[in-house]
Design a protein around this ligand. Structure first.
Ligand code: GLV
Ligand code: MN
Ligand code: MN
Length: 419
């Protein structure tokens, strides 16, 4: 148990910060939804970063910006030799993002620090609040890029050379443009003592089970592939069906094919075509090329490999049948991650002690925590997503659940930082 078992966060202050950050890159839906578009290293991302860094400064944190743009603000502990307990997440969003995905982990971290400061509580370990560059992977691939480089899983130069999917901009140039190419070396020289990430679930399970806190046991494996299908562009009226080499048809067959792979495998296997672009994209032209993406995930590495292999065979079969070529490029590939058992226990026991219903669950979404788990004991705290929605401007979590999650984060941090 922590040394201040009755300490609680100020939920209204946390909510106010979520709302203020939500104003940056705000997207308003027709039915009153309030979402965010802060793609990584865009002007909106810069403005969001500036706001959060300002809050870190107001809280007296020592701020470091590293060479891939990760930002870490640290509150000192009483033991100068102790490594920090780190909390955090990301503040970039997908183009149709919400207020909570990522932002909650970062602003929840600031709320923890502010609560401790307000009560003059000094922990033994320092406490760091981090936000990592390009978690979403919507603009630059792979996803979780900043935390991946932070733990030494990807070379810094390779990361800086990644090109944006939308405008081809180089990640390193975009970092410099928005003023976040920092000087702290990356990967980090000091592994955190522990890492805890508060996040919305982004799926329907907690709401469906009527449970407030998820103690996250790990993250499922992720496999992202970009396909470029090339055929013969031709006149839509004059070219008989039997003489076509149509990449549009093949794209459709791949879309239905990966759905069939997931439904036939069952279990946790999921499959998604999230992007598909026809060229030249005209009503009366058989397309010349189609580029599309396939996202496959499974909690079991062997099953994920099985899905990848059936998907590969499907591509080869369709290419041969239709006379097109299919180029496959891996955009991201991460194996499933299991979190440290004692950290998961700590989250679960803390949630119980605070009187919240709780369950253990794996994460369906990717998170910076899965990268930090490579270098330190790690876990996550999940709170429910209304209607299970995320990566959608209708994403919402109630203020009561946000406060419950932040209270659990506070008490887990206190226990870890004094242990
Ligand atoms: C990252 O947020 C992902 O799970 O796609
Ligand atoms: Mn996230
Ligand atoms: Mn996300």
């Amino acid at each position: 148990m922590s040394s201040h078992p009755d300490l609680r966060v100020d939920g209204e202050r946390l909510w106010a910060r979520l709302a203020a950050l939500g104003e940056i890159g705000a997207v308003h839906g027709a039915n009153g939804e309030r979402g965010n578009a802060r793609l990584a290293l865009s002007d909106a991302d810069r403005d969001g970063r500036d706001l959060v860094v300002g809050w870190m400064r107001d809280l007296g944190l020592a701020i470091e910006i590293d060479a891939v743009g990760n930002v870490v603000g640290t509150r000192p502990g009483s033991d100068p030799a102790a490594a920090p307990v780190m909390v955090g997440s990301h503040i970039d969003t997908v183009r149709t993002g919400g207020w909570f995905d990522g932002n909650l982990g970062v602003l929840g971290g600031l709320e923890v620090v502010e609560t401790l400061a307000q009560h003059d509580i000094v922990t033994r370990h320092p406490i760091s609040v981090a936000f990592f560059t390009n978690e979403e992977g919507a603009r630059f691939q792979p996803d979780m890029l900043g935390s991946l480089v932070y733990v030494g899983g990807m070379g810094l130069e390779d990361a800086l050379d990644v090109r944006a999917a939308d405008d081809g901009a180089r990640l390193g140039d975009e970092l410099a443009r928005i003023g976040y190419a920092g000087s702290t070396p990356c990967p980090t020289a000091v592994a955190p003592h522990a890492y805890v990430e508060l996040h919305i679930e982004q799926g329907p399970v907690l709401e469906d089970e009527g449970i407030t806190i998820g103690a996250v046991t790990g993250v499922q494996g992720i496999s992202w592939t970009e396909l470029t299908i090339s055929g013969q562009s031709a006149h839509a009226g004059t070219t008989p069906m039997r003489l076509r080499r149509d990449p549009g048809y093949v794209a459709a067959a791949i879309n239905t094919g990966v759905r069939a792979i997931a439904t036939q495998m069952g279990g946790t296997q999921v499959a998604t075509v999230g992007r598909c672009e026809f060229h030249p994209n005209l009503v009366n032209v058989v397309p010349a090329t189609v580029t599309m993406t396939v996202d496959l995930r499974n909690t079991d590495e062997m099953l994920l490999q099985q899905a990848e292999s059936v998907f590969g065979a499907l591509c080869e079969q369709l290419a041969a049948e239709e006379g097109v070529t299919i180029e496959r490029r891996t955009l991201a590939r991460f194996e499933p991650v299991e979190f440290d058992a004692s950290m998961v226990d700590l989250v679960e026991a803390t949630a119980r002690r605070l009187g919240h219903s709780t369950m253990r669950m794996p994460s369906g979404a990717g998170h910076d925590a899965q990268m930090l788990a490579r270098v330190c004991p790690t876990s996550m705290v999940f709170v429910p997503s209304v209607n299970g929605l995320s990566h959608n401007i209708a994403e919402y979590t109630s203020p009561a659940d946000i406060t419950a999650g932040a209270d659990v984060l506070l008490q887990v941090v206190l226990a870890a930082a004094n242990g």
